[in-house]
Design a protein around this ligand. Sequence first.
Ligand code: PGA
Length: 256
Amino acid sequence: MNKAVRKAVIAGNWKMNKTRPEAKELIEAIKPLVADAGCEVICCVPFTNLETALEATKGSNVKVGAENCHFEKSGAFTGEISADMLAEMGVEYVVLGHSERRQYFGETDETVNKRLKAALGAGLKPILCVGEMLADRENGITAELVAMQTKIALKGVSADEMKNIIIAYEPVWAIGTGKTATAEQANEVCALIRATLASLYGEAVAEATTIQYGGSMNAKNAEELLAQPDVDGGLIGGASLKAPDFATIVKAATNG
Ligand code: PGA
């Protein structure tokens, strides 16, 4: 296990928050606080804020991501945004398969796989989210479920394409609830995802893939979570909306 071979990545997931002026204000507040980060820093923002975020982050070390994309290239899909549309704007990352998309918008492992392939095809770097519900954990099927989600999402994805993919382990019961997985629980499932990658692509690819933890990670608990050997970063919801808290998490990743 060699954490040093992997890129630590802290990504904010703003969800459905911030108007354009508010987005600009938050990015401007984040930039100086993370300018010397020793990890990659990404802000994933609502579609309406992408242009503002791209403009505000120009010349800085803060990268911009979207929160979803559709799997078709174009066509009659009212309300959807294609991977090509994002790539053309200069967006680099895209969150895919977030549990809120799966729970509230009917996304399945199959559609996540299609979105992932569309994103890779457009040159975007997906942040692929996987994670169990509380009932899955209580039923003792976390390992099977997360391995299955990972395998289906990555169906047809080559070892070479894995260089552009980040995986985020987000236990659904810990998202927005204030209930963080313990550092041991987070590490255990991140290690399991890595073992799944090894079975699909071999050890070298598994060792090189960044696997984040997400779910109520905050300025207080980030250091312990990020110090775990298989936790290579974080996908941050609530705490990414507060510049000082987000910067503290970035610092913890730099040290971790
Ligand atoms: P949270 O959200 O940090 O607010 O729990 C994490 C996420 O949903 O990515």
